[in-house]
Design a protein around this ligand. Structure first.
Ligand code: DX5
Ligand code: ZN
Length: 223
């Protein structure tokens, strides 16, 4: 699999979302990363199914949904009934909150959507290793989830390395996604240890030229 960049849409200017999407479409971004926060698992509330309906109509860029919620076993199956799933490429839930990972992953995969499992900075990477047979993607958070615009927590880089070594040793082709605080000036730290999908919010939307920013990121993660 080729490494790529995903844009975290909560860092965009929501008042000008049309323009933001038009600009994103000119970049090499492969996924729009869509952060759903419930105000319980994290101290913030973001976007849900209504905004997703509108977004899906506006773009052909595949969507990657990151659920930061307390009750993913309940909310994700219901969410899947509400939305047109054609453009949804991946759905990720947190290992800290899913009660039945095997069951939830089947529900998601039956819709032809990849299932991702995420871990917070303080959660052991073993939670991913223990559930590796149920997942299509592993998300290692590089900030405490809840907000865009935070600084990367550098001790999370070691977890990426540990997971990568495990995947290589076991000949497993599961992409490692990293999310939080990733910018042009630190993306190499994560690509050097084997991450594959790089989520960036403010690292793209707070720059002048999205196309050029993503192009420079791709140069680094490709080399
Ligand atoms: C954090 C979210 C991230 C965040 C990324 O809870 O899951 O996706 O929006 O934004 P930046 O790149 O600004 O940290
Ligand atoms: Zn996210």
């Amino acid at each position: 699999m080729k490494n790529f960049v995903a844009a975290s849409i909560i860092a965009a200017d929501f008042w000008s979302l049309n323009k933001e999407i038009e600009k994103l479409e000119k970049t090499e971004v492969k996924w729009i990363h869509y952060d759903i926060m419930d105000g319980h698992f994290v101290p913030n509330i973001t976007i849900g199914s209504c905004e997703l309906h509108s977004l899906i109509k506006k773009t052909n860029i595949p969507i990657d949904i990151h659920f930061m919620v307390n009750n993913p076993d309940y909310i994700i199956p219901n969410f899947l009934k509400l939305i047109d799933t054609k453009k949804i490429k991946n759905i990720t839930a947190h290992a800290e909150t899913v009660t039945n990972i095997k069951k939830l992953s089947k529900i998601v995969q039956n819709k032809n959507i990849n299932f991702g499992l995420a871990i917070n900075p303080k959660t052991s990477v073993n939670r991913i290793l223990d559930n590796i047979s149920y997942i299509d993607l592993a998300l290692i958070m590089t900030v405490e989830p809840g907000f865009a615009g935070q600084m990367i927590i550098s001790k999370c880089i070691k977890k990426v390395e540990k997971l990568k070594n495990f995947l290589i040793k076991n000949n497993l082709d599961i992409p490692i996604q990293v999310d939080g605080g990733i910018k042009l000036n630190n993306i190499s730290l994560l690509s050097d240890v084997g991450a594959n999908i790089f989520v960036s919010g403010t690292g793209i939307f707070k720059t002048k030229d999205y196309k050029n920013t993503v192009k420079e990121m791709v140069k680094i993660i490709d080399s």
